[in-house]
Write a protein that binds this ligand. Structure first.
Ligand code: SF4
Ligand code: SF4
Length: 234
């Protein structure tokens, strides 16, 4: 979700990259699962998150919707999936022991918590969110280690591309609405939902080798193609 906020309002004003040491290490959270509850629809998923979960659990996008793990909401003029908070406002993936049942597949927002991302000039840095994690005296840890994701430089490239794409679509939607051509907005939202989430990005055969490089290559091409398609719409 793209928000226009002042960094000083939501953090200590410092920003970080993956090679910095940051006070984020919650030492396994020791029985706490506060940030896995009551999150509303704020844990928005990107195509990498959904691909990981679909692949890891062997479920289709529709099956994840049907079993109540995820839901769809309108975000910045797009229909995007987010983790669904179920009974007692708990994330559907939080198990009875209060642990994440998909720890190795958890979405990017969960991986970086208690940090967030701030975007500027086509790139992003991380910031430590103020008053979000209840664990006191967190230890310092290298951010790269905390995030613990396969190919972090490819992932960063993808996140930047995806963010720029979402922003471009948001601006396109504003222009369409202002020029009285708002009927195209729903078509764009459905196109993005189908292209990036509902359809299988990688065939079942290709998935057997679970090749992240292949995923990033396919998704980057898709973003490029979708940007051109959307540019011609309306
Ligand atoms: S609030 Fe902090 S300590 Fe509690 S589960 Fe979240 S990250 Fe862990
Ligand atoms: S996916 Fe895991 S880490 Fe993320 S909110 Fe759900 S239970 Fe917590």
């Amino acid at each position: 979700m793209i928000r226009e906020v002042s960094l000083n309002d939501i953090s200590d004003g410092r920003t970080y990259t993956e090679n910095d040491m940051v006070k984020a290490d919650t030492a396994g959270c020791e029985g706490c699962h506060k940030c896995c509850t009551g999150m509303g629809c704020s844990i928005v998923l990107d195509p990498y998150d959904v691909w990981q979960i679909k692949n890891g659990l062997g479920k289709s996008f529709q099956e994840l919707l049907n079993d109540g793990s995820i839901e769809l909401n309108m975000v910045d003029g797009l229909i995007l999936p987010n983790l669904k908070m179920g009974e007692d406002e708990r994330c559907a993936f939080l198990n009875e022991e209060g642990r994440c049942s998909i720890h190795s597949l958890r979405p990017g927002i969960c991986r970086i918590f208690p940090l967030g991302r701030i975007y500027e000039n086509g790139d992003y840095r991380y910031f430590l969110q103020k008053d979000q994690c209840v664990k006191e005296n967190r230890a310092k840890i290298k951010l790269k280690k905390w995030i613990d994701i396969g190919n972090i430089s490819e992932n960063r490239r993808f996140i930047n591309e995806w963010h720029s794409f979402i922003k471009m679509v948001g601006e396109k939607n504003i222009n369409l609405r202002n020029s009285g051509r708002g009927e195209s907005i729903n078509d764009i939202a459905m196109y993005v939902l189908n292209e990036f989430f509902v359809s299988e990005l990688i065939t079942e055969e290709q998935s057997k080798v679970v090749d992240e490089g292949l995923f990033y290559m396919i998704i980057m091409n898709k973003i490029d193609k979708a940007s051109k398609v959307i540019d011609t719409l309306g």
